[in-house]
Design a protein around this ligand. Structure first.
Ligand code: MN
Length: 235
């Protein structure tokens, strides 16, 4: 089982603290894949010169990172809270999602990954949830917030986690605004913020939260990866 892991932590616009936090999250995700018996190949999305070939892999995992360029969804490029925008990484990862969907390669997308998937399918994002939002990330390297999400019964996410309300580790200041084509909402926070989406036909699951963070409930990453890798095996 070979998983293509796309990561944009090395984007030149990131602060050292943000890059360090992203490195730690990536390490958690890669450990999870290795523990589940999957091989991973990590691509630095911020330094690619051509498209990847997701069809050459069993699955694609997209990790968190900076904000998606609002110009890609006709959003507000002047929003002062925008952080870590790196257009080449956005374009590489959006193409990767499109190509994976076309090839029938399963996609698990975390945080920025979910936001990219939504934009890839024509959706838009809330540029900033505001400083008082309990989802939090206005301070570099701050510990994640933990909040509950409600999961839609019968969704892939509900099946993977075996529950319809779970705590999650949250570190984001953006969220889905208009949903992309073919996507459906499968989890929301108590303030209505979209916390997970799935594609209606392709195996694509995006979570706004961080199962790979140390603050996530024990076993959440393993449960999500197990569902993802099962789909990779069966596709
Ligand atoms: Mn959240």
């Amino acid at each position: 089982m070979r998983i293509l892991v796309s990561d944009s932590r090395a984007a030149p616009c990131h602060t050292p603290a943000f890059e360090a936090e992203l490195r730690e999250l990536a390490a958690g995700a890669l450990r999870g894949l290795a523990d589940a018996g999957a091989e991973s190949e990590v691509l630095d999305a911020s330094a690619q010169t051509g498209p990847a070939d997701p069809a050459a892999f069993d699955g694609v995992l997209l990790l968190g990172g900076g904000d998606v360029d609002p110009a890609l969804y006709a959003g507000d490029t002047d929003e002062p809270a925008l952080d870590g925008v790196h257009r080449p990484a956005d374009e590489f990862e959006i193409r990767l999602i499109e190509d994976a969907a076309a090839a029938g390669t399963p996609v698990l997308a975390i945080c920025r990954g979910l936001q990219l998937a939504n934009v890839a399918f024509g959706g838009s994002l809330i540029e900033d949830l505001g400083k008082d939002s309990f989802h939090r990330i206005h301070v570099d390297a701050a510990p994640m917030a933990v909040h509950d999400v409600d999961i839609v019964p019968g969704s892939r996410l509900a099946a993977a986690l075996g529950a319809t309300r779970v705590p999650v580790a949250s570190g984001h200041h953006q969220a889905v605004r208009r949903l992309g084509r073919g996507l459906r909402v499968v989890a929301t926070a108590d303030d209505g913020v979209i916390e997970a989406v799935e594609h209606e036909t392709a195996w694509l699951l995006g979570v706004q939260f961080h199962p790979e963070d140390v603050a996530a409930p024990p076993g959440q990453l393993q449960a999500l990866l197990a569902a993802f890798l099962r789909a990779c095996r069966d596709s």
